[in-house]
Write a protein that binds this ligand. Structure first.
Ligand code: OGA
Ligand code: NI
Length: 354
């Protein structure tokens, strides 16, 4: 039987300290533990603020109607230029998205001691906690999250001993919808890379049809001094693609070389799709490895729902064979790559570069 994507994380025993988010409701000032300077995200192998080139113009990634006749072309262009785009006409019912967001709000509004009952275990994936990559940074992020890989039941029972079923049902339903949307978007991306039907079918049966995902509920509470804090430190996502619902609060930004941080503004009803490291590898570097961060704000609470889509842990990935140019990466199992990323963060990719 194929091993699920969460198996890829099992052996990466991440630091037991600093797993507990701040009790955000109890602080009026930004604590020293959460004050960030530019130096605090410089330890990850990439400068975050590249100098603005003279004449550089800040544009923004497109919003693409998935049913439009030129959708494939637009998706391909956005993946090459930006590594991110928003989609409308994606087939995920508005009511379901609202319902999942409402459950996330209810979860994060629980008293702190209640949320801590569902804390993520040091070697586990599901549960409440700080971002997984927190230990790479000297300061903490203005963020609390709840991750769901597989069933949320065990942890949801700890939060709501008598009313966990509604939460679990909504999450399962949303994950199912995300899974089929992610599969369809992947097929569009493969077409845009020029992969013919026969090869698409081969990829589908070798790993795509067994690909699955984890859900990540994110909460970025109002922040007393947002210019000195970070919601989510700059990073790339690890798997094939991420699909993100953001409520109507700004915060997500992407790094555009030579320009700086560009906001991805919430568009009502649209979902954000971005390229992860595994898709960057599969496309032989043609699809942009999107580097992004979240900044907090003073007046509105930002909630987002991320879906991270990837192949089973034992799948072997390599640049697709018929793409132009020599391969830029060696073949790697998903599990090996996740291990490299968890150990070296953004430098992980360099270990498989040819
Ligand atoms: C993530 C992420 C963005 C957001 O969870 O990896 O980048 O706006 N989230 O929450
Ligand atoms: Ni991300």
């Amino acid at each position: 039987m194929a091993t699920s994507i969460s198996n890829a994380y099992e052996d990466t025993n991440i630091h037991p300290n600093n797993t507990i988010p701040l009790d955000f409701g109890s602080v009026l000032q930004l604590p020293e533990s959460h004050v960030w300077t530019d130096d605090d995200d410089s330890g990850i192998g990439r400068r975050t603020c590249l100098a603005r080139q003279p004449g550089a113009v800040a544009a923004s990634p497109p919003v693409i109607d998935l049913r439009a006749p030129d959708a494939m072309w637009l998706v391909g262009d956005a993946c090459r230029r930006w590594g991110v785009f928003q989609v409308t006409n994606h087939g995920v019912p508005h009511d379901l998205v609202e319902d999942v967001e409402e459950h996330a709000r209810r979860l994060f509004k629980l008293p702190n001691d209640q949320k801590l009952k569902a804390l993520r275990a040091p070697n586990g994936v599901t549960g409440y906690g700080v971002p997984r990559f927190s230990p790479f940074f000297p300061k903490l992020m203005w963020h609390e999250g709840f991750t769901i890989a597989g069933s949320a039941m065990e942890h949801a029972k700890l939060l709501w001993p008598h009313h966990y079923e509604e939460f679990c049902d909504a999450m399962d339903k949303y994950k199912q919808k995300m899974k089929s949307l992610a599969y369809n978007i992947l097929l569009v991306m493969l077409k845009a890379l020029g992969v013919d039907e026969e090869d698409r079918e081969k990829l589908s049966s070798s790993f795509l049809c067994q690909s699955d995902g984890a859900l990540q509920l994110n909460s970025y509470p109002c922040c007393p001094n947002p210019s000195q804090a970070i919601g989510l430190a700059p990073h790339t996502d690890s798997l094939l693609i991420t699909i993100l619902h953001q409520n109507d609060t700004n915060g997500l930004q992407i790094m555009q070389e030579g320009v700086g941080w560009v906001p991805i503004r919430p568009t009502p009803g649209a979902l954000v799709v971005n390229i992860g490291n595994l898709m960057h590898i599969l496309s032989n570097g043609a699809f942009h490895n999107m580097y992004h961060r979240v900044v907090p704000n003073e007046t509105s609470h930002r909630f987002t729902i991320g879906y991270f889509y990837g192949p089973p842990a034992d799948s072997v990935l390599a640049p697709l064979p018929k793409l132009p140019g020599p391969p830029r990466f060696r073949a790697v199992t998903v599990k090996e790559y996740i291990g490299l990323k968890n150990k070296h963060l953004e430098k992980g990719l360099s270990f498989i570069q040819l």
